[in-house]
Ligand binder design. Structure first.
Ligand SMILES: *Cc1c(COP(=O)(O)O)cnc(C)c1O
Length: 472
């Protein structure tokens, strides 16, 4: 865009935004089963928007200039510490799970002086990102291919005197199952190694599911050996994006997550997070969401999500050619296809019917599958969701797997991707019928089938190219 000489009026800007958003997936209504978390109660989101706007221009850069944000952050962190088994535990409000994990990794690195993260293969890529940014290495540990949980024995075998941090997830995002937190944390404690529980998706969910009758093993800071835990409020806290909390066992560990610099002639820098100047809007939004819903509101959302999950699992089990992976222990469900039903084609068929189901590529022995994050609003639409999955599976059975030119993945695997410019990459994509410049609802089955056939490092190289073309 080139900047207009004279400013435009608000009504025109809002009309333009609405038009731009017309191709977006809907953030409300439960037809998008990843990325968004809808309570189904507009007044709750409205309260969050108002509080977000109220705090929008407060800069969290300087806590002495804006004491309101310190007070709000103490309340929000305090609520998370209460729920996660350690009232009064020190914590930090961050912009999201990735940043919470980044800070937990930094604290562990700086306290131990070591450089390896031992993590199950199902752990979130945020650990790989933290390792990449902070100069550590991830030591992957396989999971059991029936339960999708990490085997404590395999974790023990991976521990060395280089281990800075051991990771478990509660639950892991891909299959929604909870790693054996107590066993792994005890092993870590026995070796004097910090143990992080990634409860980004489950931290503000599992306690409410437990209240609703789900069997949830101990997973939080009350478990001996757990030294930090991350909990995203912008997931099952239903807060607007930009809201997560990382809690630490003690204040010394939190200090190791902080950063200060006086190495320049400007203002002194004291940062609790990776960001420096940042809006207090997300903090206001999270605070208002927690207080508007209250424990009772979350308990009710948890009950609805649990009931919807049970119906979904039972319903999927009855659809020929599909099978639920593992035994979902939260309100996340993943299911694989079969020789007859290709899950990538199924996802495209569902999208054509107005539903977004999230495809997951095969990895470390886990087959390609579809991920569904069940939320509070899912219950009302669970019959419709099952009907769409059934119809989409039938359609996928008729269509068969995506048509990928023979030998193409092998060819791509041998290409020097760094030698292709974005235009050449776009042409390569177009040659298999993928138009990277078109908006709307792309047919992703071809892309996913090709990616699925490639080793992870090549997948990553392609994804970076894809993003670059998308923005050029
Ligand atoms: C979502 C998620 C993350 C990353 O969180 P972001 O808020 O997207 O940065 C990390 N771990 C798990 C288990 C998650 O579900």
């Amino acid at each position: 865009m080139s900047l207009p000489e004279h400013g435009r009026d608000l009504a025109g800007l809002l009309t333009e935004l609405a038009a731009l958003k017309s191709d977006d997936l809907p953030v409300r209504g439960g037809k998008v089963t990843a990325y968004v978390y809808d309570t189904g109660r507009p007044e709750i989101h409205d309260a969050a928007h108002r509080a977000y706007a109220e705090m929008l221009e407060v800069n969290m850069l300087d806590p002495t200039a804006f004491p309101s944000m310190v007070a709000l952050e103490k309340q929000v962190v305090g609520a998370v510490a209460d729920l996660l088994g350690a009232p009064g535990a020190p914590g930090i409000f961050t912009s999201g799970g990735t940043e919470s994990i980044m800070l937990a990794v930094k604290a562990a690195r700086d306290l131990t002086g070591r450089r390896e993260i031992v993590a199950p293969v199902t752990a979130h890529p945020a650990f790989h990102k933290a390792a990449h940014y902070l100069g550590l290495e991830v030591v992957p540990v396989p999971v059991d291919l029936e339960t999708y949980k990490v085997d404590p024995g395999a974790v023990e075998a991976a521990l060395t005197d280089r281990t800075a941090l051991v990771v478990v997830s509660a639950p892991a995002y891909p299959q929604g199952v909870i790693d054996p937190v107590a066993e792994v944390a005890a092993l870590a404690a026995g070796r004097g190694v910090p143990c992080h529980v990634d409860a980004c998706v489950g931290g503000w969910l599992l306690p409410w599911l437990r209240d609703a009758g789900a069997e949830v093993p101990p997973f939080d800071l009350s478990v001996p050996g757990v030294t930090s835990i991350s909990c995203d409020l912008h997931k099952y806290g239903y807060a607007p994006k930009g809201a997560s909390v990382v809690l630490f066992r003690d204040a010394q560990m939190r200090r190791a997550a902080y950063f200060a610099s006086a190495a320049w002639p400007g203002y002194t820098v004291i940062n609790a997070t990776a960001q420096s100047s940042r809006s207090a809007g997300p903090l206001g939004g999270a605070w208002a969401t927690l207080l508007s819903l209250g424990a009772n509101g979350y308990r009710e959302l948890g009950r609805a999500a649990l009931e919807a999950t049970r119906k979904l699992v039972a319903g999927i089990a009855e659809i020929p050619g599909l099978r639920v992976l593992g035994e979902p222990e939260s309100s996340i469900v993943s299911f694989a296809g079969s020789a007859e039903v290709d899950v990538f084609v199924l996802a495209d068929e569902a999208r054509r019917r107005g539903w977004f189901l999230q495809p997951q590529l095969s990895y470390a022995g886990i087959p390609a599958n579809i991920h569904i994050t069940v939320t509070g609003v899912t219950l009302d639409g669970v019959a419709a969701m099952l009907a769409v999955i059934k119809e989409s599976a039938d359609a996928a059975r008729l269509r068969g797997p995506a048509d990928v030119p023979a030998g193409l993945p092998e060819l791509i695997a041998t290409l020097d991707l760094t030698a292709l410019d974005d235009a050449a990459f776009g042409e390569l994509a177009a040659s298999v019928g993928v138009d990277l410049t078109a908006g709307g609802q792309p047919e992703m089955a071809v892309v996913n089938t090709i990616l699925d056939a490639l080793p992870p490092a090549t997948r990553e190289a392609i994804l970076v190219r894809f993003l670059s073309v998308l923005y050029s």
